[in-house]
Design a protein around this ligand. Structure first.
Ligand code: 5GP
Ligand code: ZN
Length: 112
């Protein structure tokens, strides 16, 4: 999957749209969700464009594992390592941005 010029998160990764950065390395970017659903709500994205978690898993499983380890790191720093990791996949599951992103919800005790 090549970079998509119409993709909101590709624009955020490129710095064309501002975001509140939480973490960055060569392959991965993490930033605060604009509409937080928990005290700490971070989105973690691969810099390469993939539409969803299945595409990422098939193309680059190491990057998917890396995203999980970054989620753990964020939770270690903000809520003793406890967190919820969500990949909405498909319109009918609430996916609105078709550049794979992990929602990390942490920073407080979450509803069950
Ligand atoms: P989805 O519904 O696709 O799983 O998640 C998309 C997420 O992106 C939503 O939680 C939404 O609040 C967030 N979002 C949408 N537009 C922006 C934006 O321009 N900046 C940031 N930081 N988050 C955004
Ligand atoms: Zn993209």
């Amino acid at each position: 999957m090549s970079e998509s010029s119409d993709c909101l998160f590709c624009k955020i990764i490129a710095g064309e749209i501002p975001s509140s950065k939480v973490y960055e390395d060569e392959s991965t970017y993490a930033f605060k969700d604009i509409n937080p659903k928990a005290k700490v709500h971070v989105l973690i994205v691969p810099k390469k464009h993939y539409a969803n978690a299945a595409e990422l898993a098939a193309a680059d499983p190491a990057e998917l594992a890396h995203i999980v380890s970054i989620a753990q790191q964020i939770a270690n720093e903000s809520f003793h390592g406890a967190y919820r990791l969500v990949f909405n996949t498909g319109l009918d599951a609430g996916q609105t941005v078709f550049h794979v992103h992990a929602h990390v919800l942490t920073g407080e005790k979450l509803d069950e």
